[in-house]
Design a protein around this ligand. Structure first.
Ligand code: UDP
Length: 435
């Protein structure tokens, strides 16, 4: 837009989880990776980022520099520890107050845009953007209405309060960022989002860290047998991610092919998250019941370089999730040249493309056969490995950031160009009312 001021500073909101946390356990996962990778690249392009997140331990410094140009600001909202995600809506007022105070201490017009992640941040972002008269860009990451359609057996449905809160954020945001066309459709169909405000921006993968490499060396480093079939699960251990599906499929495979017993390793890399399966011992007990304890290894969450070695060491990575807005793990594995067997849900068909195996549903036999088809066919594995690397190469955080900058500029220009739009937001009038 000619004359529109460039975006110089972004207030990024990540209320419930910090970009400083290790992903793969608790509430830390793909969202954290997304925020870190995008913030770093925005800073490299000269756009300063301040990430506001809730302080979850005492004695944290108020600000931590992630890299030059990216500050993580800890906001005190509620007790540091022992507060579950489900209790966070009660702390949003305190969090918003912290964000408002931080802005009030800055020169006027400090932030040019608010980018909120997940609905809790969207609630705060809505208020902040309104007060500062700047655009709100929002990324849902996951949606209650989608999750509730695809619940794992015994999983607790997301509360109505979240659905209502999400719908409010959808209404308030100047632009909604969806990971895939499918997510864009869900925003429109399930949340009545205005299609003119929805933009599809695919997430990325760090193609410098997740590269193909020497599988034998990776196995040696990780203490895995050179000749084993290694099946890998990476992610937060929770019902929605369904690591139990992999364990059951492995047990079924061993029942059909007992000769594999000496040669199968099922590695589960990640930590507990939430309740149910997340109870530290629940998955171990399942392995016990299935009689596959000797084959299963539980590995604590791994940092990026180490995780890349796990991907390289594996014959395949299983992503059996019930719902997944994208599935960074699927792309990271493929960038390392490891084929993926994934559930055909949410963003996974996009993340996997034609370079892996998509399984409809979570039936144990279907999963066991899909896994068997890969481990018993080295030529197919080699073939998929090559296409996987090519497929993953189209996702990069540089591209994600470039697209986001376009969305930011567009949202900013729309506000500048349309005093009506700005007035609408200030007066709280829904877009449809203005002709
Ligand atoms: N992850 C990690 N270490 C682990 C397990 C997971 O760094 O031990 C990261 C993984 O690399 C990925 C993210 O956590 O980038 C999980 O993202 P994904 O989109 O797969 O799932 P989400 O957590 O968002 O549901």
């Amino acid at each position: 837009m000619p004359g529109a001021a460039p975006i110089r500073r972004v207030a990024m909101l990540s209320v419930h989880t910090s970009p400083l946390e290790q992903p793969g356990t608790g509430d830390a996962g793909g969202l954290n990776v997304y925020v870190v990778e995008v913030a770093k690249r925005l800073a490299a392009r000269g756009i300063e980022v301040e990430v506001f997140t809730r302080a979850t331990t005492g004695g944290l410094p108020p600000e931590v520099e992630l890299v030059p140009g990216v500050q993580v600001r800890h906001v005190t909202a509620g007790p540091y520890e022992g507060l579950g995600k489900e209790d966070l809506p009660g702390q949003l007022c305190a969090f918003a107050a912290g964000v408002m105070r931080a802005e009030a201490a800055r020169p006027e017009g400090w932030y040019d845009l608010v980018h909120s992640h997940y609905w809790l941040s969207g609630q705060v972002g809505w208020l902040a953007a309104d007060r500062w008269r700047v655009p709100l860009v929002h990324t849902m990451h996951t949606m209650a209405r989608v999750k509730n359609i695809h619940l794992a057996k015994g999983d607790t449905p997301e509360p109505t309060g979240r659905e209502i809160g999400e719908a409010q954020v959808v209404e308030a945001a100047d632009r909604l960022v969806a990971n895939t066309d499918g997510e864009a459709r869900e925003l429109i169909d399930l949340y009545d989002a205005d299609p003119a405000r929805v933009r599809v921006v695919p997430p990325g993968v760090d193609l410098g860290t997740f590269t193909p490499g020497d599988a034998a060396a990776a196995r040696a480093e990780l203490g895995l047998p050179a000749d084993a079939h290694v099946l890998l699960f990476v992610g937060r251990i929770q019902p929605l991610k369904a690591p139990d599906v992999l364990l059951k499929a492995a047990a079924d495979l061993l029942a059909r092919r007992p000769a594999l017993r000496e040669h199968l390793v099922v590695a589960v890399v990640g930590g507990p998250s939430g309740t149910g399966l997340a109870k530290p011992k629940a998955l171990q007990k399942l392995a016990d019941r299935l009689g596959i304890t000797p084959q299963v290894r539980f590995v604590p969450p791994a940092a990026r370089e180490r995780l890349a070695q796990w991907y390289r060491a594996a014959d395949l990575v299983a992503v059996p999730s019930y719902s997944e807005s994208f599935g960074l793990v699927a792309v990271e594995a493929q960038a390392c040249g490891t084929p993926v067997v994934a559930a055909a849900v949410g963003g996974l068909p996009t993340a996997v493309g034609d370079s892996g195996i998509l399984v409809d549903g979570h039936d144990t036999t279907d999963w066991s056969h899909a896994i068997e088809s890969l481990i018993s066919d080295p030529a197919l594995r080699a073939d998929l490995s090559r296409t996987a690397v090519r497929h993953a190469a189209q996702f990069s955080w540089d591209h994600t950031t470039e697209r986001l900058v376009e969305v930011y500029a567009e949202a900013h220009a729309a506000r500048t160009a349309s005093p009506i739009e700005d007035a609408r937001v200030l007066a709280g009038i829904p877009a449809a009312v203005i002709p």
